[in-house]
Design a protein around this ligand. Structure first.
Ligand code: SF4
Ligand code: SF4
Length: 258
């Protein structure tokens, strides 16, 4: 399958899902990249977590890693920017977005299956070590290697459609080749030597620092937010969200450097 054909079919699938399930219009067209499952991925245990899986551990015969980004709209992103706690819409978007990511992954898998290629999926989230809070399959590190984006000071993946959104990934036997969208060294303003650090000042608990993210401090805040939402009868009781560090910032909706 040609890369543009895959990108177009994923965008059409998302639109159909939103329409058929009568979902809110919180998502923009996905970005998608592919990369040959070669030696570039062998750095993952060193840069992500020591027990990070390699693509061929997911699927021994895989030839391609696919990573996609499901960007949030300005409405959802900016609606979460004010105050110290996440917006109700942001809280409601978590499980809907997880489902969409799983559905998009399944759609891609099935598309390749029709051509005789097997694929292996991973969960959209919660695939991490609860002690170290690091993922055994980090969509963000995969996105960096595949050229979907670059890490910001907020430890999020800044893509051409910003960092307010969610990542998904899968591996497949289908030979798609290398189709990155980002080749620049950095996209974060601060990392490019420009003035910003909006994400540092935005974090309500001081978890975003120039030395990296304090994952445990961040996670404690997510638990506080989950309990606040759970106290409302019309809100989900598992919404571990915050995302002040990706909302309403220069890198939220697009890469601030082109
Ligand atoms: S808010 Fe500014 S400093 Fe923080 S990640 Fe985005 S561009 Fe970089
Ligand atoms: S998600 Fe919230 S608590 Fe965690 S680093 Fe971002 S702003 Fe801070």
């Amino acid at each position: 399958m040609e890369i543009q054909s895959l990108r177009n079919s994923v965008t059409s699938f998302l639109k159909t899902q939103i329409k058929e399930k009568n979902l809110p219009g919180w998502w923009k067209a996905p970005l998608l990249v592919t990369a040959e499952a070669d030696s570039r991925f062998s750095v993952l245990p060193g840069i992500a977590s020591p027990d990070h899986m390699l693509p061929r551990e997911l699927l021994a015969s895989c030839r391609t890693v696919i990573v996609f980004f499901l960007p949030f709209t300005r409405e959802l992103s900016h609606g979460n920017a004010g105050g110290k706690f996440p917006s109700r819409d942001w809280g409601k978007s978590l499980s809907l977005t997880n489902t969409l990511i799983q559905d998009i992954s399944g759609f891609i898998r099935d598309s390749f299956k029709d051509s005789g290629y097997a694929s292996a999926l991973t969960p959209a989230t919660y695939n991490f070590d609860s002690r170290t809070l690091t993922a055994r399959w980090s969509h963000k590190h995969l996105a960096h290697i595949c050229g979907l984006g670059r890490f910001g000071i907020n430890a999020q993946m800044i893509t051409p459609a910003g960092c307010a959104g969610r990542l998904g990934s899968l591996v497949t036997e289908a030979p798609m080749g290398n189709h990155p969208l980002v080749t620049a060294e950095e996209l974060c303003l601060h990392k490019r030597g420009e003035t910003c650090l909006g994400c540092v000042t935005r974090c309500p608990v001081g978890a975003v620092t120039l030395d990296g993210i304090d994952r445990h401090r961040c996670n404690r805040r997510l638990q506080v937010n989950r309990k606040r939402f759970a106290a409302h009868p019309d809100m989900p009781d598992d919404a571990e969200v915050c995302a002040k560090c990706v909302s309403g910032l220069p890198c939220s909706l697009n890469a601030p450097i082109r």
